[in-house]
Design a protein around this ligand. Structure first.
Ligand code: GRF
Length: 226
């Protein structure tokens, strides 16, 4: 399948209204999949109006609740584990092939804890989004919640962004703010992460709905939503 240019929307709206067909989403997960579930619930609540549907769920590991959620929803799943491939590039190729098989308009990394490689980005760049549990560009990487807490930040939150070849460095689409409270210091990362995830799920659903329904443009670091 040919990739569209990075600056065009996945399902551009026609001159008179919404896209002709719902955008096809492939969602990648590594864990509990509550962000995936939020997307599935929002789409189920408004299948016509949402503007997108999940066509498959991919993972980098077996035995996770995220995959169970997909199966419960009757969705096809695929698992590509790094350790099953000789090189990281071979894994990246396998992940890209498995994803491409479902012809996604948008790929959503929703708690997918792997950095994809060059091939995946070449094929899905400009239509691959990620949700991160901190206010980028602060606290990128795998421990955004813990790092914000350890730094003593008074506010943190979540960021939905396009993925580029850095770690959580791509153009920002939307952010949500969460206050760090006194008790977070004592209770630690988990309580704060839960509060962030409540905001994050709503943000991700809103972003995917807007990208799918209205299209978007990426101009340098700026994402322009109509
Ligand atoms: C989210 O906070 C995401 O930003 C982070 O991992 C969490 C995934 O949660 N990378 P879930 O699997 O969607 O419940």
């Amino acid at each position: 399948m040919a990739s569209p240019p990075a600056s065009t929307s996945p399902a551009p709206p026609g001159p008179t209204g919404p896209p002709a067909r719902p955008a096809r989403l492939v969602v990648l997960v590594s864990g509990s999949g509550t962000n995936l579930q939020a997307l599935l619930d929002a789409i189920a609540a408004d299948p016509e109006g949402f503007g997108a549907r999940v066509v498959a769920v991919g993972a980098d590991r077996d035995g996770i609740v995220g995959l169970e959620r997909a199966e419960r929803a009757g969705l096809p799943t695929f698992v590509r584990r790094v350790k099953d491939y000789g090189t990281r590039d071979a894994w990246d190729h396998a992940l890209a092939e498995a994803t491409a098989a479902y012809e996604p308009d948008l790929v959503v990394s929703a708690g997918f804890m792997k950095i994809v490689g060059k091939e995946f980005l070449a094929r899905f760049g400009g239509r691959f989004i990620n949700t991160h549990p901190a206010l980028l560009p602060s606290f990128p990487g795998a421990h955004g919640v813990r790092d914000a807490l350890a730094y003593g930040a008074k506010v943190t939150g979540c960021t939905v962004h396009f993925v580029d070849d850095g770690v959580d460095t791509g153009p920002i689409i939307a952010q949500g703010v969460v206050e760090v409270v006194e008790e977070d210091t004592a209770e630690g990362e988990a309580a704060l992460h839960e509060r962030i995830k409540e905001v994050e799920r709503r943000l991700l659903v809103d972003v995917v709905r807007r990208l799918a329904r209205s299209g978007y443009r990426i101009e340098g670091r700026k994402v322009i939503l109509p």
